[in-house]
Design a protein around this ligand. Structure first.
Ligand SMILES: *Cc1c(COP(=O)(O)O)cnc(C)c1O
Length: 389
């Protein structure tokens, strides 16, 4: 039995070594401080959990749901986009329910990419863009982004023959892993680039609500006529601490929504109706729970940034996301620094090159753990004299 050639193209899992070291440390009884994963540690707000409990008791939720998502779920998404971004969506044609946004992101390539087609993916970036392209038989083309340009691509460096053979540009702001945000000017440039070159703009918006210090994140669909070229992937995961529930949405271009919907119709059979009912409550109830979570994240972020800066880093606090993206000290690689943090301090951080070659020389720490643990992590680094330069 031989797995497919495309499966053979999936690169080795870059976090395997760190996972192995982590398991070994746990087995030795080390008190691990896990700053590796960006999975909210805060619980789903109680009014959403209650809505699910009630919905489960109703036998009407027990059969197959609609493929596209129940119309009242899609309408709740449209209503949320209207209120939050002042973006008007037709729930019938411009909104699709997803089993978490990762599911939609992974499937969109099958809907638009033929063998040999390129997909423009940011490097560093969320690994699913790259893998999803490979699994669809396409060719990921890494578009380098760096601190110098605030992690927004310079479209001019992409060779024209690559652009001509490309079908999709994937972008993600607020950004995982760098924490970068962009303004309307960059968003307009992305829409314009995709319009000029007939590309589908896939905009990953998982972190629009995890924003701090009064910073308001925009949706790509706010840009004039963006719906002609763009599909935005969003999710309840990071907004309402619902990563395990698997519920998200794709919104925008009716053509893209329909194409992705056709793939999904043949692959899955929708989201448990009880979860959709709870998701409607999440989207339509008062949104104070978001501000409450963000207050907690801000405190954690400040402790982490100030702590690392007291050890010689010169970081500015990210305006959004759960992530602190920072350079490794001299004479370390991403991998050797993360191994050192784990071996000497019991701290799990993620090597930046796991997000692409350009992430080389960086590491990522997530703030999805109690503030006392972040204090403890900084204390351990100080005790071992781990400093920047
Ligand atoms: C967490 C995350 C997602 C996907 O989350 P889902 O739980 O699948 O909705 C998508 N993109 C980025 C960049 C993420 O960090």
């Amino acid at each position: 039995m031989k797995p497919s050639k495309r499966l053979g193209k999936v690169p080795p899992y870059l976090f395997a070594e760190i996972d192995r070291k982590k398991s070994a440390a746990i087995a030795r009884g080390v008190d691990i401080i896990n700053m590796g994963i960006g999975d909210p540690d805060l619980p789903t707000p109680p009014h959403i959990v209650e809505a699910l409990k009630k919905a489960v008791d109703d036998p009407k939720t027990h059969n197959y749901p609609s493929y596209q998502g129940e119309l009242d779920y899609r309408s709740a998404v449209a209503e949320w986009y209207q209120k939050r971004f002042n973006v008007t969506l037709d729930p019938q044609k411009e909104v699709l329910a997803l089993i978490g946004s990762k599911e939609g992101i992974a499937h969109v390539f099958t809907a638009f990419v033929d063998p040999g087609d390129y997909v423009l993916v940011p490097d560093p970036g969320y690994p699913v863009y790259h893998m999803g392209t490979i699994l669809a038989g396409g060719e990921p083309y890494s578009v380098p982004v760096s601190e110098k340009t605030n992690y927004f691509p310079d479209f001019g460096v992409i060779p024209l023959d690559v652009v001509r053979r490309s079908k999709i540009l994937f972008l993600n702001y607020p950004n995982n892993p760098t924490g970068a945000v962009v303004g309307l000017k960059e968003m307009e440039a992305a829409v314009e680039f995709c319009r000029t070159h007939d590309l589908l703009l896939c905009w990953d918006a998982a972190y629009t609500e995890n924003a701090y210090d009064g910073y308001k994140v925009h949706s790509i669909l706010e840009i004039k006529d963006a719906k002609d070229v763009a599909i935005e992937f969003h999710s309840l995961s990071k907004t309402y601490n619902m990563t395990g529930w698997r519920v998200g949405m794709a919104c925008g271009s009716a053509t893209a929504v329909q194409a992705l919907g056709t793939i999904k119709t043949n692959v899955d059979s929708g989201i448990f109706k009880a979860i959709q009912r709870a998701a409607i409550v999440a989207l339509t109830a008062p949104q104070d729970c978001i501000a409450q979570s963000n207050k907690i994240y801000v405190e954690r972020r400040n402790v982490l940034v100030e702590g690392l800066n007291s050890l010689g880093w010169k970081l500015t606090a990210p305006k959004a996301t759960f992530y602190m993206w920072a350079p490794v000290p001299e004479n370390f690689t991403s991998a050797s620094f993360c191994a050192h943090l784990l071996d000497s301090c019991g701290i799990v951080a993620v090597p930046g090159n796991g997000y692409g070659a350009q992430g080389k020389g960086y590491f990522r720490m997530a703030i999805t753990l109690p503030v006392e643990r972040i204090h403890a992590a900084i204390g351990r680094m100080q005790a071992k004299d781990i400093r920047f330069q």
